[in-house]
Write a protein that binds this ligand. Structure first.
Ligand code: MN3
Length: 243
């Protein structure tokens, strides 16, 4: 999913980009090893845990390094480990994550594979839906789309906030681009994802308790507001709009 390029001078002083790339490459290596292989000898068919797009403390204090440690290191990794076990000997082994999700969505006989595959995809999308010093004014092209669909940016954010806070139990809130090229807000339960529908996901917020409980306990609304105000990655949304 991500191209990992090891820089010629990893971690060279004064180069934030090199440092980030090096951390990403190191995380990818750790994930490969955690899955039981080494670069070059890893099982070619295995689904791997994509590297975080930033260090684990990049989103603090809104989302702590401790939360990221459990959420990415245990939950996200756990879905990867479970899926690889479930795929062994199945008709879906060797297929891409997206293909597995689309082939198993809505099929009760394959719910275990779907749930783990969709959770892997949703979490990778979620990490990218946030950034250090996010929030604020969306890029002009996205802002125009928000105004067309919701009236203004604040109304779009309010819809996202309502979807995230009103999702009963575990799930996700999404900003999507519908089949008729309009922005819309949706929410999904458990592992469900708009990826298997006609709508194109732009950004998401994880509202499973494990996403916020260590930092906010039961105060989901505080977590959602902080993510929308300070972390949401509108540039990522714009990038996805163009795909
Ligand atoms: Mn989660």
């Amino acid at each position: 999913m991500h191209d990992i390029k090891t820089p010629a001078t990893p971690g060279s002083p004064g180069s934030g980009l090199n440092r980030r790339t090096f951390i990403a490459a190191s995380s990818a290596l750790a994930a490969t090893i955690a899955l039981g292989g080494f670069p070059g000898t890893a099982r070619a068919e295995a689904i791997t845990l994509p590297a975080l797009p930033y260090p684990d403390n990049a989103l603090a204090p809104v989302i702590s390094a401790k939360t990221i440690g459990f959420h990415y290191g245990k939950h996200h990794q756990g879905y990867v480990s479970n899926l690889n076990k479930l795929l062994t000997g199945s008709e879906f082994a060797g297929k891409s994550l997206e293909a597995i999700i689309k082939a198993t969505a809505g099929k009760a006989a394959h719910s275990g594979i779907f749930n783990n595959a969709a959770q892997i995809w949703n979490h990778t999308f979620y990490w990218n839906s946030m950034r250090q010093r996010g929030g604020g004014e969306p890029p002009a092209e996205l802002k125009k789309k928000m105004e067309d669909a919701f009236g203004d940016v604040a109304a779009c954010i309010k819809e996202l906030n309502t979807a995230a806070t009103s999702q009963f139990g575990s799930g996700w809130a999404w900003l999507v681009l519908t089949g008729d090229n309009k922005l819309a807000v949706t929410k999904t339960g458990n592992a469900e994802t708009p990826l298997s529908t006609n709508a194109k996901p732009l950004v998401t917020i994880d509202v499973w308790e494990h996403a916020y409980y260590l930092d906010y306990q039961n105060m989901r609304a505080d977590y959602v507001k902080a993510v929308l105000d300070k972390l949401i990655n509108w540039e990522f949304a714009l990038e996805n709009m163009g795909k």
